[in-house]
Design a protein around this ligand. Structure first.
Ligand SMILES: NC(=O)c1ccc[n+]([C@@H]2O[C@H](COP(=O)([O-])OP(=O)(O)OC[C@H]3O[C@@H](n4cnc5c(N)ncnc54)[C@H](O)[C@@H]3O)[C@@H](O)[C@H]2O)c1
Length: 426
């Protein structure tokens, strides 16, 4: 039993962190304490981006590294400048505009934190990897299937270049989740996984009346309300829980059958509720539900039913063997832990790829969305593997694209116009 379940640290990275390569012994960490300065940059200086920088500064203190913010980029220069004041970055290192990320990538920043709307992640990650930067990428990482594949491909290139890519899939950095996953999904303490449910049901979010956008800037300011920028809330928010389902199942779903609609959302072009049956193959189904409607029953969480017990994903941290590196410090929150992990693994000097895992979770969420929008059963093979099965889904590219924002060719989506199941084709 012990022999079968014993995990090396390489195995840990592959299973717990979704990584693909080995790394060296932990002695480098203690040797580097206090001597090393990591230079970081941020693309997308909104709430989460600035929060991630604060977390990175705290992570540096915990690890004993110096962390210096050397450059900031935002679509709106005033937001980059405001963040510059917060993090002591001079105005000439605070870049604005749709191509501000390129200016940032030309600086000496070695780790780039990315927290723009998800539409831009594939383009920005590709550019960062090309520029030889390590990256922290907030979830989700795309809004359509080609975007997910671009992120997976960028992760592969990053691996070859020896770069670290860490994703903002919070719970994969939470030790209770990691240890529970180890006990149940790796060591199989409860036997076989039969089924589960994941949920992100909360009250109304974002705009409370029509937006009536007139410009690309209006779309950026209200991005959480637009399919093409956010991917819809099933992707933008519920991806966290779908990611846990993929992780505990050990694979992405085979297919999705989803329902959804818009009951009360007063702005933008998205649904406000979804219910999706994900078929993970081998008889395992995970029910996913998400809703942003006030005055309803709410639940954010997970439940997985095994042969000999059940878990919420974090309540059985009792593996026979901990997969966590012995010198990896435990942070006070999963957001700080994400940044501890970034610095820790960059310091190891060997590649680590979490791009694939988060791109697959994003793609699973997109598969659920397409199913709800069209009323059809949608297969993983159709959107991610075989270009010939359903080319209209495999190549589905939402508009406006990230490139449209750079070229000034943004067409404003029609507000309140929604997909109709049984009629819409994507
Ligand atoms: N893990 C979490 O807990 C968590 C929480 C909130 C948000 N998020 C994710 O973080 C990301 C950002 O969310 P947020 O809440 O910070 O949004 P936000 O609107 O507060 O910030 C986004 C920032 O990106 C800038 N931006 C937009 N397009 C850009 C571009 N092309 N180039 C440069 N800058 C650009 C915007 O001007 C804005 O300042 C999203 O992917 C979101 O899903 C994660």
């Amino acid at each position: 039993m012990m022999k079968r379940t014993k995990l090396s640290r390489r195995d840990f990275l592959q299973t717990a962190l979704g990584a693909g390569v080995a790394f060296s012994t932990p002695t480098i960490l203690s040797a580097a304490r206090g001597e090393k300065t990591f230079k970081i940059g941020l693309i997308g200086c909104g709430g989460r981006g600035r929060g991630a920088v604060v977390d990175a500064l705290e992570a540096g203190k915990i690890l004993g590294f110096n962390v210096k913010v050397v450059a900031l980029a935002d679509y709106f220069k005033e937001r980059a400048l405001r963040a510059g004041k917060q993090f002591n970055v001079p105005p000439e290192r605070c870049f604005g505009g749709p191509t501000s990320y390129r200016a940032l990538l030309e600086t000496e920043a070695e780790i780039v934190l990315m927290a723009t709307p998800p539409l831009f992640r594939p383009l920005h990650l590709e550019a960062a990897v090309q520029a030889g930067k390590h990256a922290f990428i907030e979830k989700p990482v795309a809004v359509d299937p080609p975007g997910c594949r671009r992120v997976i491909a960028a992760g592969e290139v990053a691996k070859k270049k020896g770069l670290v890519i860490i994703a903002g899939t919070e719970m994969r950095h939470d030790w209770n989740f990691i240890l529970t996953h180890q006990a149940l999904a790796v060591e199989k303490s409860f036997g076989q996984l039969y089924a589960g449910r994941v949920s992100f049901c909360i009250g109304h979010m974002f705009q409370t009346s029509s937006i009536n956008p007139q410009s690309a800037e209006d779309l950026i300011r209200t991005w959480q309300n637009w399919l093409a920028l956010s991917g819809d809330h099933l992707v933008e928010q519920h991806v966290h829980n779908i990611d846990i389902a993929n992780w505990f199942c050990g694979r992405p779903p085979v297919s999705a059958v989803g329902f959804g609609g818009r009951a009360r959302r007063p702005a933008g072009d998205m649904y406000d509720f979804f219910s999706v049956d994900f078929d993970y193959g081998e008889g395992v189904h995970i029910h996913s539900m998400c809703r942003q409607v006030s005055g309803c029953w709410n639940w954010v969480g997970h439940e997985f039913i095994y042969e000999k017990g059940k878990t919420n994903g974090s309540d059985y941290p009792k593996p026979q063997q901990s997969p966590l590196p012995p010198d990896l410090p435990r942070g006070p929150s999963s957001h700080v832990q994400e940044q501890i992990d970034v610095l820790y693994y960059v310091n190891q000097g060997e590649p680590l790829d979490q791009a694939r895992a988060v791109a697959e979770s994003t793609a699973a969420a997109i598969m659920g969305r397409i199913s709800a929008y069209t009323g059809q059963r949608v297969f993983w093979n159709e959107i991610m593997v075989d270009p010939d099965k359903k080319p209209e889904l495999y190549h589905l590219t939402l508009k406006p694209t990230a490139e449209d924002f750079e070229k000034g060719t943004v067409e404003i989506p029609q507000e309140h116009v929604l997909p109709i199941p049984g009629i819409s084709v994507r």
